[in-house]
Structure formats: structure tokens, C-alpha cells
Design a protein around this ligand. Structure first.
Ligand code: 5RP
Length: 291
């Protein structure tokens, strides 16, 4: 499938994916395809395809919240990539933190940058986690899991005092669900699990890699992408999905995000708070970081 794309076509698809008004069934599939191809590849596309790297802006702004001595959760995906890269720069300049990663991919990247990595057996609580999202609604509920790391992401988010979400403005939606909801499911009995999920009113697809093999998560499970199109009551759907035997967890993150940093094409980063208030137009040029 990937071989059919030229770089120019990919850029067009990335632009359309960001434009939520034009978000169609086909676009969702391209979005997932992009997620499956690894941090480095995505970074290269972002760098070549965007005049204004809104993901990088949001991620770097959020990293300014990290202080000496903190235990930091590292997210997964092309936006979290920039946060990890910035944390690496700050560690090089003397920032003293320890980190715990939401995926093997992010952990490997952090190790390359000499960010000290710890496990849950070594820490009680995570002070702050910076992670991306596929969709963010006005109540700061999220769909996550486009990169297949939703389970570790949720474990780390729920163990964190603060979950800071970093996105470009195309991720903001009124109602969750245009992005197919990822579920991590146990391989045993997946056909039966799948039909119980579909009884809730969605169509499911088992996520495949670009080599047409089943995508296997870091925990040895499958991902089912569920097309609900609109998740009007995310809390209810989340409970119903989690009650199905075989579903390990869903990519619905309800009430977990504390702040969302939104990178905008006009060069600003908005911060949306949990209580609905906003710090608008925090210009990146004006940021005061200690590096
Ligand atoms: C990975 C995730 C990612 O945070 C989410 O898919 C957003 O990715 P990106 O920053 O590449 O758009 O949930 O499981």
C-alpha cells in the first residue's frame, strides 16, 4: 500500500487529514497508515511537509513544564517524538529527571538521548506525562492509540499527577469518533470479541502492518480499530467496551488530561485547561524556557 504513495501525495493526504471538515472514511485509513510507520519516518514527513511544525511547537512548549527532580512519562507518536527530543536536549544541558516510557519505541529513542529510564518498580508516582492524541473534545476527553501504544499510555496517564497532551489544531473535535477508536484486544478468541464489540454499533478492523501482518502491540496483543463515527457518550461506551472479555482497554481517555497544548498554523500555542479556560496565543517566540 505504501509503495503507491509519492511524497507529494502523502503531503496532500496529511493536509486533508488535518482538515477535519473534510475527514472521510478513506482519510481515516490513511491517518492510521501514517501512524503505523514509525517515529523517524513520521518525523521526516512532518519536516518536509509542513511550513509550520505545529506538533513540534506544542511539544516543545509543554516540555518547559518539566522541572529538576521530576519523574516524567514519555508519550508515543510523532508529536511526543518532539517532546522527547526536547527533553533530551535539556538533559544534555543538565536537567536532572528520570523517565518512564509508554512504548518500546519511545524508550529506545529516550535511551539514545541519554534520558535516564526507570521502571514502575523504581518509582511511586509519575509527576508529569507528555503525550499526543488522535482527537481531543471540548471536555478534554481523548481518543488515543493511533500508534498502537494505548494500553501503556493509559497505565502511565493514570499513574501521573498531570497528563499534558500535545497536539496540532487538527486534532480538536466537537465530538470524538471520526478517528476510528483503537482497542487493545487479546488474540485468543478475537473473532468472538470482535462480534461483541460490533454489537455496540461499530465496524471493526484488525490493524495490519504495512507488510500485511497483524500489528502486535508491545504487550503481545492485537489492535482493533472501531468505526463509531460519533462517540456521543464516551464514558458509557468506554465502560461497555471494557466489560467485554478479551478487550484489554480502549483508546478513550476520559477525564485524564489536565492541559492540552495546541500548536496552531498562525505560530501560536494555545493551552486549554481542564476547567475549560484557555491561555490563548502563547507565542512561541515569547516563551521563557530555562534553556
Ligand atoms: C500512540 C498515540 C499517539 O499519541 C497518537 O496516535 C497521536 O500521534 P501523533 O502525535 O503521531 O499524531 O496515542 O498510541
Amino acid at each position: 500500500m505504501r509503495k503507491k504513495f509519492s511524497n507529494n501525495k502523502l503531503r496532500v493526504y496529511i493536509f486533508k487529514i488535518r482538515n477535519r471538515e473534510d475527514f472521510t472514511h478513506t482519510m481515516m485509513k490513511y491517518s492510521i497508515l501514517l501512524h503505523r510507520n514509525g517515529l523517524m519516518w513520521r518525523k521526516a514527513i512532518v519536516e518536509r511537509g509542513e511550513a509550520m511544525n505545529t506538533k513540534k511547537m506544542a511539544a516543545e512548549e509543554a516540555v518547559a513544564l518539566i522541572k529538576d527532580g521530576m519523574i516524567v512519562g514519555l508519550g508515543t507518536g510523532s508529536t511526543a517524538y518532539w517532546a522527547i527530543a526536547k527533553i533530551g536536549q535539556r538533559v544534555k544541558k543538565g536537567l536532572n529527571i528520570r523517565a518512564i516510557a509508554t512504548s518500546k519505541e519511545s524508550e529506545a529513542f529516550a535511551r539514545e538521548l541519554n534520558i535516564p529510564i526507570v521502571t514502575f518498580s523504581e518509582v511511586n508516582e509519575i509527576d508529569i506525562t507528555i503525550d499526543g492524541a488522535d482527537e481531543v473534545d471540548p471536555d478534554l476527553n481523548l481518543i488515543k492509540g493511533g500508534g498502537g501504544a494505548l494500553l501503556r499510555e493509559k497505565i502511565i496517564a493514570t499513574a501521573s499527577e498531570k497528563l499534558i497532551v500535545v497536539v496540532d489544531e487538527g486534532k480538536l473535535v466537537k465530538i470524538l469518533g471520526a478517528f476510528p477508536l483503537p482497542l487493545e484486544v487479546i488474540p485468543f478468541g478475537v473473532e468472538s470479541t470482535r462480534s461483541k464489540i460490533e454489537n455496540l454499533g461499530c465496524k471493526t478492523e484488525i490493524r495490519m502492518t504495512d507488510k500485511f501482518e497483524k500489528f502486535i502491540t508491545d504487550n503481545g496483543n492485537f489492535i482493533l480499530d472501531c468505526e463509531f463515527f460519533m462517540v456521543k457518550n464516551p464514558k458509557k461506551i468506554s465502560h461497555e467496551l471494557n466489560r467485554i472479555p478479551g478487550v484489554v482497554d480502549s483508546g478513550l481517555f476520559i477525564g485524564l488530561a489536565h492541559k492540552v497544548f495546541v500548536g496552531r498554523q498562525n505560530g501560536s500555542v494555545d493551552i486549554i485547561q481542564k476547567n475549560g479556560s484557555r491561555d490563548m496565543n502563547l507565542k512561541i517566540q515569547e516563551k521563557q524556557q530555562d534553556d
